[in-house]
Design a binder for this molecule. Structure first.
Ligand SMILES: Cc1ncc(COP(=O)(O)O)c(C=O)c1O
Length: 413
């Protein structure tokens, strides 16, 4: 089980895929069972009065329950969106539109955020006149919680932070962040990278809002998850108004549905949602094959056991390359990081190294990694090169990658 579960590798023999943090490959389990749903139970939901539509409706709710169970939250708090970026945009616009953020409020955003957790805040802050305050990253590449403690005050309405960075891979201690905040501050967590490698538990974290994306965990592209804390559901207004968001319409008014329906007014993206449920099922099955236990907690333990030798190997290789000027951005402690390894490689100019790897059938990511403020703050004027591993990554693929790094350095002294 693992590589052979992913048809892309049979179709592209010899390809080394080290770009899973950008998007993960899809197991055949997901692909095949999507067809099964479309062949057996597919009909629109919320409107049909016939058995097929009832079946589709039941399955749609069951998928929501499965996603909620993965995070240990109430299904009514789970809203499906089009992506992580879409979730972030919906959340930010709903918070402003519902007057839950006022012009005199301050928004604290960590410096290591993906642009998806920066730009929507910037756009609304500009329009409403709010101030954005950046939380810096400390010398160990983690979000600086001491700084946060010193600079946080009652004016801060939002702290927006990722549970794990897509650049450094460093995990943020979200409960520790929560412990620093007053009741009136909304803690917003981008769990798009964290969900792949460590449990995402918004209730235990104390997160008011938490969002992530499905395509990094084996689901199709086009599915994101936004979890709103129950206490905020009444007050939050949806940003799209139509069909299923509205319970009743009169000539002089309307009444909204309850959550999650009021946030999902359209025909839902059923195929994308089923793909997410199937991806989570696949991960449970993978876990059972490794540890005979398909619970969420055990899945992450099994994954850690699988990844630990890969991580050790990468740490070793990066240490060996230090003399050649290769710098690993991020912690070297396994327990503090996830699957993402970003490196500064001398002579890495204009994405040349990415293309160099591409020409050798190795897929990696080079660029700002959608985290330009982080790069600017750290004077990282050259682009970064990132590799990321998942269930299908083998040590010998990493060996080949590091041999190519050596070769590149030798040719570009
Ligand atoms: C940390 C982080 N947040 C947000 C996103 C955006 O997710 P999506 O591609 O689903 O919009 C990504 C994707 O790369 C990410 O790594």
């Amino acid at each position: 089980m693992s590589k052979r579960d992913f048809p892309i590798f049979a179709e592209n023999p010899g390809m080394i895929y080290l770009d899973s943090a950008a998007t993960a490959q899809k197991p055949w389990f997901v692909l095949a069972w999507i067809t099964d749903y479309l062949s057996r139970d597919y009909a629109n939901v919320h409107r049909g009065e016939y058995p097929l539509s009832f079946r589709s409706e039941d399955r749609f709710w069951a998928w929501r329950e499965a996603v909620a169970a993965w995070m240990d939250v109430d299904p009514a708090e789970v809203v499906f969106t089009g992506s992580g970026t879409d979730a972030s945009n919906k959340l930010v616009s709903a918070l402003f539109f519902s007057s839950m953020i006022q012009p005199w409020d301050r928004l604290m955003v960590s410096m290591v955020e993906h642009h998806a957790n920066i730009v929507p805040w910037q756009i609304f802050a500009e329009r409403y006149g709010c101030e954005i305050v950046w939380i810096p990253v400390s010398s160990d590449w983690a979000v600086d919680l001491h700084w946060l403690q010193e600079h946080y005050d009652h004016r801060v309405r939002v702290v927006a932070i990722s549970a794990a960075s897509n650049v450094t891979g460093v995990l943020t201690d979200i409960p520790a962040v929560h412990a620093l905040l007053h009741e009136q501050t909304y803690l917003v967590v981008d769990a798009s990278q964290a969900i792949v490698h460590s449990p995402v538990l918004p209730n235990q974290w104390g997160a008011d809002f938490c969002w992530w994306t499905g395509h990094k965990i084996g689901a199709l592209t086009g599915i994101g998850v936004l979890r709103w804390k129950k206490a905020h559901l009444e007050r939050l207004q949806p940003m799209r108004w139509w069909w299923w968001a509205i319970m009743t319409v009169w000539v002089d008014g309307y009444m909204l549905q309850a959550s999650p329906d009021k946030f999902e007014p359209w025909t839902p993206n059923l195929v994308w949602v089923v793909s997410l449920d199937l991806a989570l099922q696949y991960l449970r099955t993978w876990s059972r094959a490794h540890w005979e236990d398909g619970t969420v907690a055990w899945f992450y333990r099994a994954l850690h056991a699988y990844e630990s030798p890969l991580f050790s190997y990468i740490f070793e290789q990066c240490a060996l390359l230090e003399d050649a000027g290769v710098v690993l951005l991020g912690s070297r402690e396994y327990s503090k990081k996830i699957w993402v390894f970003s490196m500064r490689i001398p002579s890495l100019v204009d994405r040349g190294f990415g293309a160099y790897c591409g020409a050798r059938n190795i897929a990696i990511r080079c660029w700002w990694l959608c985290a330009q403020p982080f790069h600017d703050q750290h004077g990282l004027t050259q682009w970064t090169c990132r590799i990321s591993t998942w269930l299908y990554t083998d040590i010998d693929e990493l060996e080949k990658f590091f041999a190519v790094v050596q070769e590149f350095l030798w040719r570009n002294p």
